[in-house]
Design a protein around this ligand. Structure first.
Ligand SMILES: [Zn+2]
Length: 110
């Protein structure tokens, strides 16, 4: 199984994966099925470098994927923020929604 598939499966189960001090962590741990935990352990090195790569892109503006979940970012606001709407904090989320509404109004006016 590829790292992308493993991470997608974890995400579909509502599990967040993170690298903490070089160790792979996930939560809530209770939701992680044994088969997936074993697959992740077997490919730990690749998973860690994949996640580290995602974290690295978060430092750049206008990145194309969410720094938290890796989802493709489809709007200008989410690209600038570097996270999808789902992963944004409340303030950032509301600012993005407001900004999107403004952009649509401007587009209609033109
Ligand atoms: Zn996200």
């Amino acid at each position: 199984m590829s790292v992308e598939v493993l991470l997608r499966q974890a995400r579909d189960l509502g599990i967040t994966l993170a690298v903490d001090a070089g160790r792979l962590r996930y939560y809530p741990a209770g939701r992680m099925p044994t088969f997936l935990a074993e697959a992740l352990r077997a490919q730990r090195g690749e998973v860690i470098s994949y996640l580290a790569g995602i974290a690295g892109t978060q430092e750049h503006k206008n990145t194309r994927t969410c720094g938290a979940c890796g989802q493709r970012l489809s709007t200008h606001e989410t690209r600038v923020a570097g996270t999808c709407l789902r992963c944004m904090g409340d303030e950032e989320f509301h600012a993005a929604i407001r900004s999107m509404g403004t952009r649509r109004r401007v587009a209609r006016a033109g």
